[in-house]
Ligand binder design. Structure first.
Ligand code: BGC
Length: 810
């Protein structure tokens, strides 16, 4: 065992500071003199993306093959803690073989809007479900001696201007919605690292946010690991270290290590702060070095088979009229849609990895039922989104002679890309046109969807069944075949609401905001908390999912009728499989505060369990509720507060399918805090449907005026202004043009690929300071400051500064 404190005492100031940033894009620095190894941290989260030794920073697609599991939005729909733990174990094993110390994930940002470009990488709109799934994932990976990185902390709910946007969010929404998932994961799984997000929260960059990083994460929740920046998220290093950011990634020669040394020498920063940071970094390095000292080889075939099982547990049967599913293995089936042969199985961006194998629905169905029962037509062009009449005509021909038509549709990989948000919630028009045309001439149509976030379904009443396969990973094709033919009984439930249309979503009027701020005016009314409170119709409710069997709920019992906030309430309910097939059910427990002084949503998820039952089998499910299940965050006392009075315990199969209800009386032991100004917050007590909350109400809730959101002008630009925003300045425009040209050259020929899309959007929105990272030591802070001076209108002064910076750095 390495004595870390002893080691720290032997390190020079420079050696200590140097450990606080990476060696390169993916490694921490080692130190031969002191025997400190260098370890690798890499993406994540649904499979390992380890770039080959010779590949550069931008070679995102060049990674060693690894098992691609379903993405996070699918995993959460399993509602299965044990299964996710096992996924974590498998990821850990693959890291051990590949000598990766920390796998970057899971991502737990809340799905505020269905449009967020990375929703496929996040779990849910609900923080409790998010936290439970995240904790299982982390515990699984870390049980193998491999670290995780809980990301992107915090309030990173959109891609648009993610490196500069200021999320303006009230304290209740922050605590109850946006931080609660992290809180569960940190307290119950202790991720080795937490990744700080790019954006600002209420004015301060996450990378300098002492409130989030130290007060909440370390002091309140007791996080024992370290905080690593998202790649390039560091703004000012010295305040960042003081705020609680231990490790800056990636490693670039941006001068930040020297800044730490200088700050300590000048007395601006206490050396103890650095020592504490180094201690946390060394703990991580030595823990992972111990695991990686042993060789390991995982079983590729077994992991692939497991990925198929997982994808089957995650799929959600949204609709199944006349029990059209499961299909008879002898039925004449037309499989239509290019996705049947060319699967869409993961999202684009830093999480995109190379699978060890790749199944598709067509081949797997063929294996199950043989070639005689199956015909195929592509239905739509593989790449472009355009209705091709010839392809469509062929599909209709093929459909005609089949008893059942299975259409494989969804979002193409140009729709779900890191670095940009979707613009709408629609399927490609060619997919919609196919489903509409086929369902107009055929009465047995099943739609299988591949997508990482909700879509509108204008054709839903014309088809018999809809199976949501999400982005099912490398074995998703097999899992869909299993479900279509009844070898697997679907048991997934939606981890997010499918609204009828985008306009129904509560963030609609304030997403994605910009140029400087995004206002979270809907506060705690996120997802079903909004839809169920205001009575908004949804396409499919949170928690919805059908089965090939039927479950009956009875005998709801509470351990007590009267409780205090120090008691544990045990809720039990009997669940029976009254159908013909074995299956699994997710029992959901929601709590409703019947008469509340604070404004609250109609109900909130506070417990769930997944049980497997054979035909006629029954079981009693018990769920325990502690005080937090009844509490809301009170801003007058800055703490969680449980109010006295009646609470309802609602048990059901979705947020809109409550089967049983019981009541419990709460006698709170907490002193009553001062009450809120109900009149000023009237809009939040009687939350409006479909219209935006007015600014005054939001400001009352926020406790201050919303920050200015007007674009910056020449003279105001800073190192955090995106270069493409500097159009009020002649030199700014020239720089933007130059940068655009560079990126166009770099990605020439890739404009219509997800990676091309991502890179152009990221460069367009990147603040000036990212040149420090991209320049790898050739661009200095002095040069950028001088450039800024010129861009802000002081040409000669800027030029002088520029020459000086080059001279100093020669
Ligand atoms: C993403 C992170 C990712 C990191 C390293 C960032 O751009 O936001 O999720 O882990 O890059 O690839």
């Amino acid at each position: 065992m390495t004595n870390i404190n002893q080691l720290i005492s032997e390190m020079t100031l420079e050696e200590k500071a140097s450990l606080c940033s990476g060696l390169d894009f993916w490694h921490t620095k080692g130190n031969d003199r002191l025997g400190i190894p260098s370890i690798m941290l890499t993406d994540g989260p649904h499979g390992l993306r380890k770039q080959g030794e010779d590949s550069g920073q931008l070679d995102i697609n060049d990674s060693v093959p690894a098992t691609c599991f379903p993405t996070a939005s699918a995993l959460a729909a399993s509602w299965d803690r044990e299964l996710i733990y096992q996924v974590g174990e498998a990821l850990g094993e693959e890291c051990q073989e590949e000598k990766v110390g920390v796998i970057l994930g899971p991502g737990v940002n809340i799905k505020r809007s269905p449009l967020c470009g990375r929703n496929f990488e996040y779990f849910s709109e609900d923080p409790f479900l998010t936290g439970e799934i995240a904790k299982s994932h982390i515990n699984g990976v870390q049980s193998k001696g491999i670290g995780t990185s809980l990301k992107h902390y915090a309030v990173n709910n959109q891609e648009h201007r993610r490196m500069v946007i200021d999320a303006v969010v009230d304290q209740r929404a922050l605590r109850e919605i946006y931080l609660a998932g992290y809180e569960i994961a940190v307290k119950e799984a202790q991720p080795w690292t937490v990744m700080c997000a790019y954006n600002r929260v209420n004015g301060a960059y996450c990378s300098e946010n002492k409130f989030l990083m130290t007060d909440v994460l370390k002091d309140e929740w007791g996080h024992a690991g370290l905080v690593v920046t998202d790649w390039g998220a560091m703004d000012e290093r010295v305040p960042g270290l003081a705020a609680g950011i231990e490790l800056e990634m990636p490693g670039t020669n941006n001068g930040n290590d020297a800044r730490i040394v200088a700050a300590i020498k000048s007395g601006q920063l206490d050396e103890e702060v650095l020592d504490h940071a180094v201690e946390r970094i060394l703990v991580m390095i030595f823990k992972s070095a111990e695991t990686l000292s042993e060789d390991y080889e995982y079983d590729r075939g077994a992991h692939h088979a497991f990925a198929r099982l997982v994808a089957g547990e995650c799929a959600v049967l949204l609709k199944n009229e006349n029990n059209i599913l499961p299909l008879q293995k002898t039925a004449k089936v037309a499989l239509i849609g290019e996705f049947a042969k060319t699967p869409r199985y993961q999202g684009a961006g830093s999480s995109s990895m190379n699978p060890t194998m790749l199944d598709n629905i067509y081949d797997e169905v063929l294996k199950l039922v043989g070639a005689d029962s199956i015909t195929f037509a592509p239905g739509y062009p593989e790449k472009e989104d355009r209705v091709d009449d010839d392809i469509l005509r062929e599909a209709l021909e093929v459909a005609k002679s089949a008893e059942v038509v299975v259409i494989c549709a969804g979002l193409t990989d140009m729709y779900e890309v890191e670095g940009l948000d979707r613009e709408h919630m629609k399927l490609p028009q060619s997919h919609n046109a196919l489903i509409e045309a086929v369902s107009a001439v055929h009465s047995n149509v099943v739609v299988v969807l591949s997508n990482g976030s909700p879509v509108e379904m204008p054709w839903v009443d014309q088809v018999q069944a809809v199976l949501e396969g999400h982005l099912g990973g490398q074995a998703g094709g097999g899992a869909m075949a299993d479900i279509l033919y009844g070898d697997v009984n679907p048991s997934g439930k939606l981890a997010e609401t499918f609204p009828v249309q985008l306009e129904d979503n509560p963030s609609y009027h304030h997403f994605p905001g910009g140029p400087k701020t995004v206002e979270y005016r809907e506060s705690i009314y996120v997802g079903y908390r909004y839809y169920d409170t205001v009575g908004q119709d949804t396409l499919y409710a949170f928690g919805h999912g059908l089965s090939y069997t039927v479950f009956e709920y009875s005998d709801l019992r509470l351990s007590q009728d009267n409780i205090t906030d120090n008691d544990t309430l045990t809720v039990s309910v009997k669940v029976k499989n009254t159908g013909m097939a074995a299956g699994k059910e997710v029992i959901q427990l929601y709590v409703r505060d019947v008469e509340s002084t604070a404004f609250r949503p109609d109900k909130e998820l506070k417990g769930f369990a997944k049980v497997a039952l054979g035909p006629d089998e029954e079981t009693v499910v018990s769920i325990e509720l502690e005080r937090r299940a009844f509490a809301c965050y009170n801003t007058a006392v800055n703490d969680w507060y449980v109010e006295s009075g009646a609470f309802e315990i609602l048990v059901g199969a979705s947020s809109r399918d409550i089967r049983l209800t019981a009541s419990v009386n709460m006698e709170s032991t907490q002193p009553e805090p001062p009450s809120e100004d109900r009149e000023a917050l009237a809009e939040y007590y009687d939350f409006p449907m479909g219209v935006q909350v007015d600014k005054e109400s939001f400001e009352t809730l926020l406790g201050e005026a919303v920050p200015d959101n007007s674009p910056e002008r020449a003279g105001e630009y800073t190192i955090n202004t995106p270069v493409s925003d500097m159009d009020d300045s002649f030199f700014g425009r020239q720089l933007a043009k130059f940068m655009k040209k560079q990126i166009d050259n770099l990605f020439a020929g890739q404009e219509d690929t997800p990676i091309g899309l991502m890179m152009t959007s990221m460069v367009r929105e990147a603040p000036l300071r990212t040149m420090l990272m991209a320049g790898d030591g050739r661009v200095t802070r002095g040069m950028l400051d001088a450039l800024l001076t010129a861009i802000n209108g002081k040409f000669f002064k800027g030029l002088g500064g520029f020459v000086k910076a080059i001279w100093e750095n020669r």
